[in-house]
Design a protein around this ligand. Sequence first.
Ligand code: NAI
Length: 217
Amino acid sequence: MSKNGSISASVIKRLPRYYRFLGELKKQGVERISSRELSERMKLTASQIRQDLNCFGGFGQQGYGYHVDSLHNEIGKILGVDRNFETILIGAGNLGKAIALHINFETRGCHLTGIFDVNPKLTGQRVGDIAIMHTDEIEKFCHEHSPVVAVLCIPKANTQEIADKLVSLGVKAFWNFSHYDLSIDYEGIIVENVHLGDSLLTLTYGANIVISENEDN
Ligand code: NAI
């Protein structure tokens, strides 16, 4: 893993997109692709693609391009998709249920095995093939299953407290949807804060520029 430790954050951020595009090419039966073709599909420059992929030892061959299947596998390994990390989800409300049902955890290195909510009325209700457990059960569950990843879909007021508790129970990585920028001051803990609203604001920023230009003309 240390081999990838010095890769810039911007390259790492692009890897899931490479992985997704290559997965689609694989499904279409494409066996190899040049950096030029890949760049046209991904709307990145060919040199950007070469630079990015060179960070990992360059999977391409001069005059041949990239072998789609092996590049997809290599990037998958770097992303940890073969790890099968035991995963729990906290907060089985609208968002938590939607994430549990619609995100394919298995193809992304995670295996969702526990869903918890503080509301006793939800205990025993099924989300897909998992029965919701009360949060009182978290400690026991963590001792038995040692989950590595936690998905947080709870109100912001409760987020830090739950995160601290989960860290003490051995959770190492948080996919945090609560409207609270979780920054955990423990060494070796990974946090990915997700705000769909921020993505929408990036869109409105772009729309604002385009519409303003049209209005000026
Ligand atoms: P919801 O009210 O439908 O569900 C929240 C669930 O969390 C409830 O079932 C509640 O009983 C449970 N809960 C509260 N405290 C808990 C705790 N300490 N432990 C375990 N469970 C607990 O709300 P919804 O729509 O599912 O949203 C969840 C959170 O995600 C909200 O805070 C919302 O603002 C946020 N959100 C974030 C988005 C994003 O892009 N990051 C998008 C949409 C919502």
